[in-house]
Ligand binder design. Structure first.
Ligand code: ADP
Length: 271
């Protein structure tokens, strides 16, 4: 390969490709990363609901919990240590009642409340093994629950895994514009498209008259999304029922159509 351009000047080196090969027992078609600016905004809930939406629509679906130090996905789906199968060659993800495949650090420890106190190279190493050592089987959509922010772990995911798109989760109290701009910046750097924004805890619905009450004032998310030219996938109300289903391992039993907007934004796969 020539190291000079057509004028004889030196060409910049090609950036290294950090992508790693998936386990040979995996055929994952599309990988979607779910990100947020900070914790507690409902990113894991949105990841779980996205997976439930995809499964209900007939897709082979998986969730990789990359929020290693605060893993909540197994709890939302009611799976645990006992659901994981390990052989000498590879690990098989846990499978939920409707057939969603789940892998999380929490599945590797018998005690779900044991903290993961690891330095970041160990964490990123473990995460890579979720890709190289887990036989995911055939998956149409894999949703990755990312840790909040733009640290080492998100960087590892974007550099190592073939991410096809990003979903940004915000709440009305968030500095939405800043978070969206940061996500767009990271997406651009990583050459991955932002598929859209989900505004969680957007409003509460009056149980008597059905009126939408905007606790934090009118939402700015549509305005910001329009400015940045990205779609708003969903605006999800604060719903105590949802928290109850999620927190009790019944994510798949929660009936809602909040995530229907995914149909418009997810990269297509053939069923
Ligand atoms: P994150 O992944 O951003 O830290 P989680 O999805 O774990 O956030 O949500 C934090 C808590 O808020 C959980 O107990 C969850 O059930 C609850 N929660 C999230 N979204 C909603 C909502 N729209 N309505 C009610 N509770 C919610």
């Amino acid at each position: 390969m020539s190291t000079q351009n057509e004028n004889g000047a030196p060409k910049p080196p090609t950036p290294p490709d950090f992508h790693i090969d998936a386990n040979e027992g995996s055929d994952v078609k599309k990988v979607i990363a779910v990100v947020s600016g900070k914790g507690g905004v409902g990113k894991s809930s949105v990841t779980a609901m996205s997976a439930v939406w995809a499964r209900r629509n007939g897709y082979q679906t998986a969730v990789m919990d990359a929020d290693i130090t605060g893993p909540s996905v197994p709890k939302m789906f009611g799976v645990g240590y006992q659901d994981l199968v390990a052989t000498e060659e590879c690990l098989y993800p846990a499978t939920t009642v409707t057939g969603i495949k789940v892998m999380s650090m929490n599945l590797l420890t018998k005690q779900e409340d044991a903290p993961v106190i690891w330095r970041s190279p160990v964490i990123t190493g473990a995460l890579k093994q979720f890709w190289t050592d887990v036989a995911w089987g055939s998956v149409d959509y894999m949703f990755i629950d990312m840790p909040p922010g733009t640290g080492d772990v998100p960087l590892t995911v974007f550099q190592s895994f073939p991410v096809d798109g990003i979903i940004v989760v915000t709440t009305p109290q968030d500095l939405v514009q800043m978070i969206v701009k940061k996500a767009l910046g990271m997406a651009k750097l990583m050459k991955v498209p932002v598929l859209g924004i989900v505004e969680n805890m957007s409003y509460i619905k009056c149980p008597h008259c059905g009126e939408e009450i905007h606790l934090f004032g009118e939402s700015k998310v549509q305005e910001i999304a329009d400015k940045e030219n990205i779609p708003v996938i969903a605006r999800i109300p604060i719903d105590p029922d949802m928290a109850s289903f999620m927190d009790n391992g019944k994510a798949e039993y929660y009936e809602c159509n909040f995530m229907d907007g995914l149909k418009e934004v997810l990269p297509e796969v053939e069923l």
